[in-house]
Design a protein around this ligand. Structure first.
Ligand code: NAP
Length: 246
């Protein structure tokens, strides 16, 4: 039976004081190799990963599954070697020169009608690029998904329903804090993996796992701790969102 939306898992690394980047919003490269392997394992377990435009602009790339064993396990399970990588942005004002567009992954864009225009034009001109012989170059976006509310916001619930029809049953949410906040406000998160890393970033503008307006404590989403592992200097916390029926 088709599920109404994919199962969603947020995967983020944070400093001991709860920041997912420094105050310059630099790419978060403070996790250890163990944390990177953990993130790769979560990505390998997904049919698609979703991230916000802020995250893409910080890194300029996305994390692909590089461990040959994980790639092989996916292929043996009948999956493509890499999950689809979905970036979400209203304006879709993304720099086509960034390395993300050179990575060997299927890129999907989740945007608004206005955001889709220029990328659809580029997609339509793509076959002529192929005719010039650049066969190894995949399209910038394999899919452009437009789901819009009447107020021209991205309609995330409708988009997730659509992903389920595309056989995306497990979706990893790779940040950042703004996107995670929107999904939590819509009650669209099922699990979180948070890695607590041994550093302090501080600063009142440094992003945290959940930005947005915030929740009042009596209305806050509540978590159930599923597992916790300490590996060397890091702590891996695995939570499930509690729902009223629990
Ligand atoms: N430590 C970690 O594990 C980790 C992981 C990822 C990111 N980060 C860090 O997080 C920072 C980026 O996070 P961020 O919170 O600034 O940005 P973000 O959540 O990655 O992206 C936010 C942007 O996504 C777009 N968007 C589309 N749909 C949205 C929705 N429903 N809700 C919210 N945003 C939506 C908006 O851009 P448009 O205006 O274009 O629509 C919005 O400004 C970077 O510093 C990065 O290094 C850390």
């Amino acid at each position: 039976m088709l599920q109404h939306r994919p199962h969603t898992t947020v995967v983020l690394a944070m400093s001991a004081d709860g920041k997912i980047a420094d105050f310059r919003r630099s790419p978060a490269r403070f996790g250890s190799r163990v944390d990177k392997a953990h993130l790769e394992k979560q990505i390998a377990a997904s049919d698609a990963v979703l991230f916000g435009a802020g995250t893409l602009s910080a890194y300029g790339t996305t994390l692909t599954v590089s461990d040959p064993t994980l790639v092989q396990l996916r292929v043996q399970g009948g999956k493509p070697p890499q999950p689809a990588h979905i970036v979400t942005t209203h304006s879709a004002n993304l720099n086509p020169e960034i390395n993300f567009f050179k990575q060997p992954v299927r890129r999907w864009l989740l945007t608004t009608t206005a955001g889709a225009v220029s990328w659809k034009e580029r997609l339509q001109t793509f076959p002529s690029t192929l005719r010039t012989g650049a066969k190894e170059c995949p399209p910038e976006f394999e899919q452009i998904l437009v789901f819009e509310t009447p107020t021209r916001e991205i309609d995330i619930p409708a988009a997730l329903k659509h992903l389920a029809t595309l056989h995306i049953t497990r979706l990893a949410i790779l940040g950042g804090g703004k996107l995670v906040a929107s999904l939590l406000e819509l009650d669209l998160i099922d699990e979180l993996w948070l890695t607590v890393c041994p550093l302090i970033l501080g600063g009142n503008t440094a992003p945290t796992p959940v930005e947005g307006k915030g929740f009042l404590s009596d209305l806050a989403p509540k978590l159930q701790l599923l597992e916790v592992h300490a590996v060397e200097q890091e702590v891996f916390l695995h939570y499930r969102l509690q729902r009223p029926a629990d």
